[in-house]
Design a protein around this ligand. Structure first.
Ligand code: ADP
Length: 155
């Protein structure tokens, strides 16, 4: 017996497991992508949240199911309207870096009441400006999968 309190070992694991260990592949679209094409992409790729990027995979925004639903109710021409108009835009996007703990990232999902976070890497942009390159996706599904794996004794 390790002498640790019940729960303490699990807590340690949740601090140790990083986003890099469990992140998923991101689904990205460009700002010019129409709302119609974004809906199609969401179905084809089977995700609830997509990240909007510019050249180089640099983060510009996030587009969720509700953003798209709301727009389709609004009566605008979804074949012409670009997602850039309706997305949640930087600097309002909540993100996480690869070396963050899964606990820290899951806490962000709860605190900000969102389903997914872009996993980013900071890159040097123009005039020492920091840009964020999208390298992954971390969602409630990742948390649930980890939960199952922990329950089954993995890790
Ligand atoms: P859904 O719309 O599928 O329920 P969310 O609850 O995640 O998904 O999205 C709710 C709102 O929060 C949307 O307007 C969306 O653009 C925004 N949002 C989603 N993810 C993020 C994020 N990581 N950072 C900031 N805003 C986000």
């Amino acid at each position: 017996y390790s002498g640790k309190k019940p729960g303490q070992e699990l807590a340690e694991k949740l601090h140790q497991i990083t986003i890099n260990d469990i992140k998923s592949v991101p689904v990205v679209v460009s700002e010019q992508c129409t709302v119609y094409d974004a809906v199609v992409t969401m179905f084809i790729e089977d995700v609830g949240t997509m990240f909007v990027v510019r050249e180089g995979g640099l983060l510009e925004g996030v587009i969720s199911r509700k953003d798209l639903l709301k727009t389709t109710l609004g009566g605008q021409d979804i074949h012409k309207l670009p997602v850039g108009v309706i997305m949640t835009r930087m600097p309002n996007v909540v993100y996480v870096e690869s070396d963050a703990s899964v606990l820290e990232a899951a806490r962000k999902l709860i605190t900000h009441e969102v389903d997914a976070l872009p996993v980013v890497r900071q890159v040097k942009g123009k005039d020492d400006h920091k840009d964020l390159e999208v390298v992954g996706r971390f969602s409630k599904t990742n948390v649930t999968r980890l939960f199952v794996e922990l329950g089954e004794g993995a890790y």
